[in-house]
Design a protein around this ligand. Structure first.
Ligand code: APR
Length: 183
């Protein structure tokens, strides 16, 4: 499923984010930036040790990455030029600012992509795995955040992909995209 937001194509697809041929792949990281399971594990496995080395240099400079923020490294062995490590919120019931922090993780990632003049970016469904954020709610937050950025901020993005691992996740994002108000 896809749609246009201005000059940018927004695409929803099912697949493995480590196999996407885009300028920037977004990692669902944690604040330590030192790897983990899920997407984090897959990207570090496929991208090789160089990515972790760069993450360690960032940690040495700025300690870690706060929730809602993101950092950027090279793509290592991946076909992508960059990996953007975004830290989404852990779901704590929905009244601890989780929606805002999730939107911020997407916005921070897009700002880094724009600063590095990326023309394409692939997101996983941030926070909806180990961090237990309900995927239906996360999908709406993510799509609204991406649309708001594309409309309001300067960028060079011609394609934004959401790469969903499971059929149910893809369906949740397709439902959310279809429900996105035209406003
Ligand atoms: N490609 C695309 N999506 C994937 C892949 C993959 N290779 N592997 C997993 N996913 C999906 C999961 O199915 C889920 O829908 O990515 C989504 C995010 O799940 P997690 O990777 O668990 O990320 P998150 O929920 O944000 O939790 C982050 O988990 O791996 C650790 O270090 C990470 O502590 C951090 C936490």
């Amino acid at each position: 499923m896809e749609t246009m937001i201005g000059k940018t194509r927004l695409v929803l697809l099912r697949g493995d984010i480590t196999r996407q041929s885009v300028d920037a792949i977004v990692n669902a990281a944690n604040s330590t930036l030192l790897g983990g399971g899920g997407v984090d594990g897959a990207i570090h496995r496929a991208g090789g040790p160089k990515i972790l080395e760069e993450c360690k240099q960032i940690v040495a400079r700025q300690r870690g990455c706060v929730t809602g923020d993101a950092v950027i490294t090279g793509g290592g062995n991946l076909s992508a030029k960059f990996v953007i490590h975004a830290v989404g919120p852990f779901w704590s019931g929905g009244d601890r600012g989780e929606d805002g922090l999730l939107a911020s993780a997407y916005r921070s990632s897009l700002r880094l992509a724009a600063a590095h003049r990326a023309t394409s970016i692939a997101f996983p469904s941030i926070s909806t795995g180990a961090y237990r954020f309900p995927v239906e709610r996360a999908a709406g937050v993510a799509l609204r955040a991406v649309r708001a950025f594309l409309r309001a901020e300067s960028h060079t993005l011609l394609e934004v992909r959401f790469v969903l691992f499971g059929e149910a996740d893809l369906a949740a994002y397709e439902t959310a995209l279809a429900a996105l108000s035209p406003a």
